[in-house]
Write a protein that binds this ligand. Structure first.
Ligand SMILES: Cc1cc2nc3c(=O)[nH]c(=O)nc-3n(C[C@H](O)[C@H](O)[C@H](O)COP(=O)(O)O)c2cc1C
Length: 181
């Protein structure tokens, strides 16, 4: 099984990265082939709403979304990571999601996807719009949400490293993605 992590945090060594890596390590231990990309290292421009994709089936923007899309197609499971930014997702993750507009529905249908969402607030409901956004998108595209790691109360860079219980939960989630097919 190929599993692709897609990290939407702009912060290197941040909490999304730590948690996503723990999930991927668990999945790898259980036998999956894992890889990950950091959106901050890629050139993924926002959708321009030119609708060229509707006419030609392809986005006209020449950026890293094309390579990323081919990685996504080869991966049975995607793990999407974003911290909560202003009760929403990061700009990097939003630009990436907006580009789904130009992609064939077949790529999404029945695709298994998990979420990893750290946030500074200790109140989990601060992530309600992020969770709601993903729930609606996944339902619309007929994707299968197979796990969510919501981690409130991590604010500083690398703080998630100290949360050993959460790291264990992340590793367990990674393993379960592979074993509970
Ligand atoms: C621009 C910005 C906006 C943020 N907005 C929120 C917010 O609305 N609610 C919250 O709980 N934390 C907020 N945070 C804190 C991040 O969610 C928190 O630091 C998270 O652990 C960052 O993950 P990372 O280390 O992977 O980047 C914000 C941080 C930044 C930099």
């Amino acid at each position: 099984m190929n599993i692709l992590g897609i990290n939407g945090s702009p912060r290197s060594g941040g909490n999304t990265e730590i948690l996503l890596d723990a999930i991927l390590a668990g999945a790898q231990e259980a036998g999956a082939t894992v890889s990950s990309v950091k959106l901050r290292h890629l050139d993924v421009s926002p959708c321009r709403a030119c609708d060229a994709c509707k006419r030609t089936g392809k986005c006209i923007q020449k950026d890293d979304m094309h390579d990323l899309l081919s990685k996504m197609e080869k991966s049975e499971v995607w793990i999407l990571g974003t911290p909560v930014y202003w009760w929403g997702v990061t700009a990097q993750l939003k630009a990436f999601i907006d580009r789904w507009y130009g992609i064939s529905r077949d790529i999404f249908k029945d695709r298994r996807v998990a979420l990893v969402i750290p946030l500074g607030s200790s109140n989990p409901s601060t992530a309600q719009h992020v969770l709601g956004m993903f729930e609606d998108i996944f339902a619309y595209l007929e994707m299968k949400q197979i796990g969510t790691l919501l981690v409130p109360g991590v604010y500083e860079r690398g703080e998630a490293k100290k949360r050993l219980d959460i790291l264990e939960e992340a590793t367990r989630l990674g393993k379960s993605i592979v074993t509970e097919v």
